[in-house]
Design a protein around this ligand. Structure first.
Ligand code: ADP
Length: 445
């Protein structure tokens, strides 16, 4: 029923009773009925008005009072609204909470800024990146907290198409890429990405290109100088031959460099997996011995000591090239008359260890950790003079990485060095075991 009609019911009843009372008992009876009925109706409505006012003033989660009579549907409608609003708010809170959780999980720092570039909110990563405390720093201008001049200029420029690179004030040695992203009407997101590794890779690439260019520049300058001399000067036969020999040497050193660069790039590329085979270690050591003697031109004593017979499962060519590099280094950094000793043993834990011991110039301890870096040399001119490219140990490192093997270096300046390659037990089988396996027709890995 329409609430207006419903609301008129009580006055109508009181009116009806008054009319009946007036008809039965006269005017005074009608007045008595009216005097009793009207205040009761007013009191009923005032009571509900009071309930409504009290509820409206109470906290937002106060229960909606129950109404009676004409008030019942109104209070029920309010109750339904409140319930719908509560559900909506709950859903909204869930959405906001999920958004905050997602924002916290993002590995980049995120700061929400208002129209005046003041901090509104920040995720957990940004709090550590910038040392923020939202309780204190909310509403503080971001430029007061991120003080690098590059960032200030970036904020003022209004051009946020690219990011700006700054060194972190909070995390030593870290580099941040900061980018502002405008959103909504006048707010901005500040995204702070840790680009330390990307920067390091870019720097390595730049350094590498500079080193390669530098390595090629010297022999090329020498060769072009000789070509000019040969063209301009009228040289006799022996001097001409001498110059051509020097040019040949430079060309050979460039060839070696390019060959090593290609080897390195192939080793680093995922497209060239290790061609693993099973091979006996003894013949490999015999080959290395022959090559070493040829390289030494009998200037050194070269020998193989202690040899535990074993079969290795690995890329033979790569392993031979890595071992060969160590042997060649031993010869090149050992003066004539010194001795080079090759060895192979299988340790108690099953790992196989190839060793090259020399009595050469040795290496000071501060250089040892850097020897496998590309183009790192203790003595550049000595390396060049002996035909080194500065890439040998970098190649060794990559070959060993691909085999899960390790390089161990023990050296003392002036007293020689021992370079050892430790192949994991999973790649090494003592020959006695192998014989037994083959007898059982079990080829192993
Ligand atoms: P290089 O072509 O210069 O020999 P490597 O990468 O093979 O380059 O070696 C890096 C540097 O390590 C060498 O320049 C040299 O200074 C040092 N080195 C390597 N092997 C030995 C060794 N057996 N004795 C002394 N120094 C060595």
């Amino acid at each position: 029923m329409n609430p207006v009609w419903r609301g008129l019911q009580a006055p109508a009843v009181v009116g009806g009773i008054s009319v009946v009372a007036g008809w039965v008992g006269g005017a005074s009876a009608a007045l008595v009925a009216l005097a009793l009925g009207a205040p009761a109706i007013v009191a009923f409505h005032l009571w509900h008005l009071h309930l409504l006012t009290r509820w409206a003033r109470a906290s937002a989660d106060a229960d909606v009072p129950e109404g009676r009579g004409v008030w019942a549907p109104a209070f029920a409608a309010i109750y339904r609204r409140v319930r719908a609003r509560n559900a909506y708010e709950r859903e909204l809170r869930n959405v906001i909470e999920r958004f905050r959780q997602a924002a916290s999980a993002i590995p980049d720092g995120i700061v929400v800024l208002d129209a005046a570039n003041r901090i509104d909110w920040a995720n957990a990563r940004a709090l550590t990146q910038f040392g923020l405390d939202l309780a204190k720093d909310r509403r503080r201008p971001i430029a007061n907290l991120v003080r690098q001049p590059e960032f200030r200029r970036y904020v003022e420029s209004g051009d946020y198409g690219a990011s700006v690179v700054v060194t972190s004030e909070r995390e030593a040695g870290h580099t941040l890429g900061l980018q502002l992203v405008p959103f909504a009407a006048d707010q901005k997101l500040l995204i702070a990405r840790d680009i330390t590794e990307i920067e390091a890779v870019a720097r390595m690439r730049r350094d590498f290109i500079a080193s390669v260019s530098h390595e090629l520049k010297t022999p090329l300058t020498v060769v072009s100088g000789f070509i000019e001399t040969l063209q301009e000067a009228d040289l006799d036969g022996p001097r001409r031959a001498h110059f051509l020999r020097l040019m040949q040497e430079q060309a050979t050193s460039m060839q070696r460099l390019v060959a090593d660069l290609l080897t390195l790039s192939a080793l680093e590329s995922d497209a060239s997996p290790v061609h693993e085979t099973r091979f006996a270690i003894a013949p490999l050591l015999s080959e290395l011995l022959v090559d070493a003697k040829a390289l030494s031109k009998d200037a050194h004593r070269v020998e193989v000591e202690a040899l535990d017979d074993a079969t290795v499962f690995a890329g033979r060519e790569e392993i031979a090239s890595a071992f060969g590099n160590l042997v060649s280094n031993a010869i090149r950094y050992t003066a004539s008359g010194g001795s080079i000793t090759l060895g192979w043993r299988v340790d108690a834990d099953g790992s196989g260890v190839f060793t090259v011991r020399d009595t050469g110039i040795g290496i000071a301890p501060e250089h040892v950790p850097r020897l496998t870096e590309r183009f790192y040399r203790v003595d550049r001119s000595r390396s060049r003079a002996s035909g080194g490219t500065g890439l040998g140990l970098a190649i060794v490192k990559h070959v060993l990485l691909r085999h899960g093997a390790e390089l161990e270096i023990a050296s003392e300046r002036g007293h020689g060095s021992t370079f050892a390659v430790r192949l994991p037990a999973s790649r090494v089988e003592r020959d006695t075991l192998i014989a037994a396996r083959f007898a059982n027709n079990d080829g192993g890995p």
